[in-house]
Design a protein around this ligand. Structure first.
Ligand code: SAH
Length: 245
């Protein structure tokens, strides 16, 4: 039930933390680690802190961008130490785990993204996520060490997977259309943005909050592949009509 869940670390500074994350994951039955542009990796400190979870490190994917890390994902969570960094749907670690485990059990690809030790995730990175996940903590001292944060979230994933009832494939629910992936959603947002510029709805010099609001709206809606194709078709038709003399 946890097989389709990947943990993504963005630009981790300390290699020891990467090792500690691998250990936290393995203790909770997770194995898929993706590192986005780690500062120092591979590194002896990472291996030392993994203490026995080196197989998780050995299989880690190392990529240059968050886009690559999220390729193929249907459901994305961004872990944030601060509340209300941006107004965005928010869940605690337990609610995150319930959503993630039921999505993973339905063979959807899920990512939980963790930020830099110093500065966390940027707003642009958080806007790639369907939900922010926050571990309730002391408001005056809310930032956990990154490996501690991964431990709490992966513990909740383990607990949710133990509680979930496995559903036999093909039984019960009617087939649902697969969700659009993160890569498709980026194509959609590029297309949507180009269209609102083309039709004069927004001045590209003064975009204000429109791009964020559009992302929040469509991330909340979660497009399936049919809805994605329908909206791409509407955008293409709007552009064609606008271009027509
Ligand atoms: N100083 C940074 C904190 C970085 S801690 C900031 O204020 O954003 C490194 C990462 O650990 C964070 O980006 C987040 O992904 C995770 N993390 C730390 N504390 C957390 C909490 N209370 N809830 C959720 N994630 C947390």
């Amino acid at each position: 039930m946890l097989n389709n869940i990947r943990i993504v670390l963005v630009s981790t500074t300390h290699p020891g933390n990467i090792g500690a994350v691998a250990r936290a994951m393995k203790t909770m039955g997770l194995t898929r680690l993706t590192l986005v542009a780690p500062e120092k990796y591979p590194h002896v400190e990472a291996t030392a802190r993994a203490s026995g979870a080196d197989d998780v490190l050995a299989h880690a994917r190392i990529v240059a961008s968050l886009d690559e890390a999220l390729a193929g994902c249907h459901l994305i969570f961004g872990a944030s130490a601060r509340l209300r960094t941006i107004p965005w749907p928010q869940v605690d670690a337990r609610a995150c785990a319930a959503l993630a485990v039921s999505a993973s059990a339905a063979t959807e690809e899920v990512a939980v993204v963790f930020g830099r030790e110093q500065s966390g995730l940027t707003n642009e990175e958080l806007e790639r996520c369907h939900y922010l996940v926050h571990i309730p903590s002391n408001p005056a001292f809310s930032s956990l060490n990154i490996a501690a944060a991964v431990q709490v979230v992966t513990y909740e994933l383990m607990m949710a997977s133990l509680q979930a009832q496995p559903v036999a494939a093909g039984s019960g629910d009617e087939e649902h259309v697969p969700w659009a992936t993160a890569t498709e959603m980026e194509q959609f947002y590029d297309h949507l943005w180009q269209t609102v510029i083309d039709i004069g709805f927004v001045d590209p010099a003064k975009p204000r909050l429109l791009a964020r609001r559009l992302r929040r709206l469509f991330n909340r809606a979660r497009l399936d592949k049919n809805e994605f194709n329908m909206l791409r078709g509407i955008l293409a038709a709007a552009q064609a009509r606008h271009r027509a003399p």
